[in-house]
Design a binder for this molecule. Structure first.
Ligand SMILES: *[C@@H]1O[C@H](CO)[C@@H](O)[C@H](O)[C@H]1NC(C)=O
Ligand SMILES: *[C@@H]1O[C@H](CO)[C@@H](O)[C@H](O)[C@H]1NC(C)=O
Ligand SMILES: *[C@@H]1O[C@H](CO)[C@@H](O)[C@H](O)[C@H]1NC(C)=O
Ligand SMILES: *[C@@H]1O[C@H](CO)[C@@H](O)[C@H](O)[C@H]1NC(C)=O
Length: 832
């Protein structure tokens, strides 16, 4: 009894102490604010610039509310010493332009406005003032007009991604000055003109010796590929010039860039012989020279032993016979040489290349007898030899691949019915990430079931892999591997991601592999803006790097429309957004609140009745009660709470999987789950052996189901089935106050928010003390037991240790000491 007293008293004292400390902290902050205001009024252009953007743009984050973009509350803005150093606002549906004001943010290092198709107009040349810029990412926006020359003065630039906009005009030669450039992507624009090379004092792209990526595909670039563009000092690994209007021969200097791994020159107007030194490029794994007007003999690729994917189709090579390198390039997965004027017999050995998947040699002059040998590649899927001169086939019945021999002499004899003499029905290679050992719920509209069977709003978009090493899309191994790589990446980088799903892989007209991606949030049903801009940046900036078989990609995101509601326009933000008078006012108000808290606490303490020692009443054996035997009349009297079966909860938590385990305590584990309608729940599952008697459990749920208050975690239901006792609560998205105070949750709690939380928690406690019937003393108030919802409203939780205060009906009150021994960390995290 004494212990009990002491504990409750101590709890109250701690509460007062923390409140007082918060008041002290408020005063401390006030001083700091005043000092800051007096020092920084002079030099803060960055604030003005961002406020101007806020006015110019539609759909800026609601958190852009306070007056100071550098106070940490503005989503997507990072500052150092009141100067803006990073703006990451991908996928925000921003609408507007990029005004010359941006040039004043001279400390800016990262600018990522990717995936905002509503950002239009031309790119200001003022961007050239951002001398500290390292990453300029404007992927998939709506910018038009020329690329400003001034970008060539950004000496520190490492990532320049202007792909998928409407930029016109030539590539500025000045970009050759970007000595630190690593990633250079201009693809999918409307750029015209020549590829600039240096000439005397004029810069050119040949000077970019540190660049690894030239991605210029899908433009209207024209003229020759200058032989001066390549030299042996370069370290390029990906050269993507596909789908332009380049003409003339492939310069032999290309053979000097031996670091190359991917070469795409397809779909241009290139002519002449392929330079004979092309086989110097022994590290090239994917090479596309298709759809040009290349002449001469089919090139000698002997020695390019790393080649996985080779496409030489649709050129005007002179008559050649099947070259010897067909059987020596043992890494080939894919060989496409449609319409290349190839004659002679195909060696059976060719089909035994171990990873060979797809072969397209249609429309050539291949003749003689076809044999796919006794030991063809196990991955072989499609061999297209239509329109050739093959006279016979030795293995008429012993193959399991799609073989097409339509329009060959052997199919032209009358009465031929062999399968290979007609076109195969196109095989469906569709893939979609399956549920992870669970049953997908039907989600309400807009929500999508994740692989873990939770309804949520995923972040969606498409990968465009421009040169994967494989061509077979029917093998799910590749997608599972990509899923795992993505999850590993998100986990290591601490992204709030539950799972990823891939679906609908296909090859598009550019011969890119397109795969749709869905990223599911964890914990809540939605991402917040910080989550989205983080994901967007990881993909726009290529921070996520898949393995070599996928090679380079572009990710294009869809809009994300279902952000977690944010705290905006609340009193906390209003107070920030205005002048010092209001700050003082709020501070005074805050102090009043602290006093109020003290009063409430005292009141609660004084009202507290002395617990009385009673012997526990002998209880009815209650073991027979469970929610299925409703006829006993013993079913608990519940207000708004429902009974769940064990099977149901098993399903909602994916069989109480490890990943859904979100906490543990003396009584057992806490699991996260989601109801079929998408609502998230937290399930407190009593450990075997720490279950209580049926009557006690019933009393507890009856009691808890009567508690309804904004600041108290609500009970949704219970499970009393198959020997289990579980309480099902609403899931409170932002976790414990402790995690937020310690910075673990990433939520920033300024003093106004802290005050609001303290007040909310006090309201919850006061409700439990004074208004709940019967009154409840929490007996374990600590920051771990105060949860924050999506609007950072405090919710008092964990009634496992609570007990009702009751004058008359004191049947089952125990006098055990309850609560948690308070460690100093409580005070330090709260009030330091
Ligand atoms: C080619 O690849 C090998 C192994 O991947 C590597 O060691 C070598 O440096 C590469 N060659 C060039 C020129 O980059
Ligand atoms: C192809 O190149 C290899 C090595 O460079 C050489 O040994 C071979 O004779 C060449 N083949 C033809 C047909 O020129
Ligand atoms: C097959 O084609 C090659 C080259 O086009 C030719 O030299 C050879 O005689 C042809 N063989 C037959 C059996 O027609
Ligand atoms: C699927 O791909 C994996 C890895 O690339 C490979 O090991 C496996 O043999 C492939 N399976 C089939 C049926 O081609």
């Amino acid at each position: 009894m004494i212990y009990n007293h002491i504990l409750s008293f101590r709890t109250c004292i701690l509460w007062f102490r923390s409140s007082c400390m918060m008041a002290a902290r408020i005063c401390q902050l006030l001083v700091i604010i005043f000092i800051q205001i007096s020092i920084t009024t002079a030099q803060n252009n960055d604030r003005e610039v961002l406020r101007a953007f806020k006015n110019d743009w539609q759909n800026t984050p609601p958190s852009w509310d306070g007056s100071d973009p550098c106070d940490g509350s503005w989503d997507g803005i990072r500052c150092t010493n009141s100067r803006v150093t990073a703006i990451t606002l991908s996928s925000m549906k921003l609408v507007g332009g990029l005004s010359g004001d941006i040039g004043q943010l001279t400390e800016l290092q990262i600018l990522d406005l990717s995936y905002n198709t509503g950002l239009t107009g031309s790119l200001t040349s003022q961007i050239g003032n951002l001398k500290k810029l390292t990453n300029l990412l404007l992927v998939g926006c709506g910018f038009t007009g020329p690329i400003p020359d001034s970008i060539g003065t950004l000496e520190r630039l490492r990532y320049l991604s202007l792909n998928s906009n409407g930029f016109t005009g030539p590539i500025p030669a000045s970009l050759g000055n970007l000595q630190n450039l690593y990633w250079f992507d201009l693809s999918d624009n409307k750029l015209t003109g020549n590829l600039p090379v240096s000439n005397g004092s004029n810069p050119g792209l040949d000077m970019l010796t540190n660049a690894k990526h030239f991605h210029f595909g899908d433009n209207q670039l024209s003229g020759n590929i200058p032989s001066g563009l390549f030299n042996s000092n370069m370290t390029l690994i990906h050269l993507l010039f596909e789908n332009n209007e380049l003409t003339g021969p492939i310069p032999s200097t290309l053979g000097l860039v031996t670091s190359l791994q991917v070469v795409r020159l397809d779909r241009n107007g290139l002519t002449g012989n392929v330079p004979s030194n092309i086989n110097n490029l022994i590290n090239v794994t994917e090479m596309f020279l298709s759809n040009n007007r290349l002449t001469g003999l089919v090139p000698n690729l002997t020695g390019m032993n790393a080649l996985n994917y080779l496409d030489l189709s649709n050129n005007t090579f002179g008559p050649s016979v099947v070259p010897s390198w067909f059987t020596t390039l043992r890494a080939l997965t894919t060989l496409k040489m449609q319409s290349t004027n190839l004659g002679g017999e195909l060696p059976a050995e060719f089909f035994s290349i171990p990873q060979l998947q797809n072969v397209d040699l249609s429309n050539n002059r291949i003749n003689g007898t076809l044999s796919i040998g006794s030991n063809p590649s196990t991955q072989l899927q499609l061999v297209d030899l239509r329109t050739n001169q093959i006279a016979s086939f030795t293995q008429r019945r012993q193959y399991s691949i799609d073989l097409i021999l339509v329009d060959n002499p052997l199919c032209m004899e009358s009465g031929v019915t062999d399968k290979y003499c007609s076109l195969p029905t196109t095989t469906n290679t569709s893939y979609s990430t399956p549920p992870n050992n669970c049953v997908s719920p039907s989600c309400s509209s807009g929500l999508v079931s994740s692989p873990n069977c939770r309804c949520a709003f995923p972040y969606m978009g498409s990968f465009f892999f421009k040169a994967p090493s494989f061509s077979s899309l029917g093998n799910s191994t590749i997608y599972i591997s990509l899923q795992n790589q993505l999850m590993d990446f998100f986990r290591k980088a601490n992204f709030p991601v539950d799972s990823v799903a891939l679906n609908n892989p296909s090859r598009n007209l550019d011969d890119y592999l397109v795969i749709n991606l869905e990223v599911f949030p964890s914990p809540g049903p939605s991402f917040n803006r910080t989550g989205i801009v983080g994901l967007g940046f990881a993909l726009s900036n290529q921070t996520f790097k898949p393995t070599r078989d996928f090679n380079t990609y572009v990710f294009m995101s869809s809009n994300y429309d279902n952000f977690l509601p944010e705290i905006s326009g609340t009193e906390s933000n209003k107070s920030k957004s205005s002048n010092t008078g209001i700050i003082i006012g709020s501070a005074v108000g805050g102090c009043v609140v602290v006093v109020l808290l003290v009063v409430i606490g005292m009141y609660a303490f004084s009202r507290r009745k002395q617990p009385q020692r009673t012997s526990q009443q002998p209880q009815q054996p209650f073991a027979n009660w469970d929610q299925t035997s409703k006829s006993t009349g013993d079913v608990p009297q519940l207000k708004g709470a429902r009974a769940f079966t064990f099977e149901e909860l098993k399903k909602y938590t994916n069989n109480f999987s490890e990943i859904n385990n979100i906490g543990a305590g003396g009584y057992g584990m806490v699991y996260r789950g989601s109801l079929p309608n998408g609502q998230l729940i937290a399930i407190k599952r009593a450990r075997q052996g720490s279950t209580q008697g049926g009557l006690e459990f019933k009393t507890e749920i009856e009691l808890l189901s009567r508690v309804h208050h904004k600041n108290v975690v609500g009970l949704i239901g219970f499970c009393f089935d198959q020997g289990e006792q579980m309480l099902i609560y609403e899931y409170v998205v932002n976790g414990t106050l402790k995690d937020s105070l310690s910075g673990k949750s990433g939520i920033r709690l300024d003093w106004a928010r802290r005050l609001k939380i303290a007040l909310g928690a006090a309201r919850g406690l006061q409700y439990l003390h004074d208004l709940a019937d019967p009154p409840i003393i929490h007996r374990d108030v600590k920051t771990n037991n105060i949860l924050l919802d999506d609007r950072l409203v405090a919710k008092v939780a964990d009634f496992g240790l609570s007990k009702p205060m009751s004058g008359a009906n004191i049947t089952h009150i125990t006098t055990q000491v309850k609560g948690t021994m308070v460690s100093d960390s409580f005070l330090s995290v709260c009030c330091s």
